[in-house]
Ligand binder design. Structure first.
Ligand code: SF4
Length: 146
């Protein structure tokens, strides 16, 4: 989540009436619901935390919540990097889970294919045995009557 793209373009409050986001006090607790459907909520929150913006609702957090978070985690040098890493870890975990599910499904598919291949080979062997030509020794033995 670098600041190379302008996340503000996608901000929900850019196009919708967001006056309530800049209320003060307790009203912010309800106002922050507005951010729930915002596609750039994480970027917005990271920006507010990195710049220590303490007025209004940003990224779905009230002023008070952001102050508490900054106080709780004073060692964080870049909220943008921290939240980006968390997002990447989240998506990586999702991808692993999906790959694991796909792997299980294809492993199950492989075992079905393998078992039918084994059955096919067994059937081919049985067919081959029943139609196998007799060898010359057997021919010679039968022709001599022994
Ligand atoms: S998360 Fe930020 S950008 Fe999105 S609606 Fe809320 S205040 Fe606006």
């Amino acid at each position: 989540m670098t600041e190379t793209w302008n996340w503000r373009i996608a901000a929900r409050c850019r196009v919708a009436d967001a006056d309530t986001l800049f209320t003060r006090g307790r009203v912010q607790r309800e106002a922050r619901q507005f951010c729930t459907a915002c596609p750039v909520r994480t970027e917005c929150l990271a920006h507010a935390l990195d710049h220590q913006i303490d007025i209004g609702v940003w990224g779905g957090m009230t002023e008070r919540q952001r102050r508490a978070l900054l106080k709780q985690r004073p060692q964080v040098a870049s909220w943008t990097e921290l939240l980006q890493s968390a997002r990447q870890a989240y998506y990586a975990a999702l991808a692993d889970a999906a790959a694991s599910r796909d792997g299980d499904a294809s492993a199950a598919g492989c075992s079905v294919v393998e078992s039918s291949a084994v059955e096919n080979r067994a059937a081919e062997n049985r067919a081959a045995e029943s139609t196998a030509p007799t060898c010359g020794a057997q021919d010679a033995a039968s022709s001599t009557g022994s």
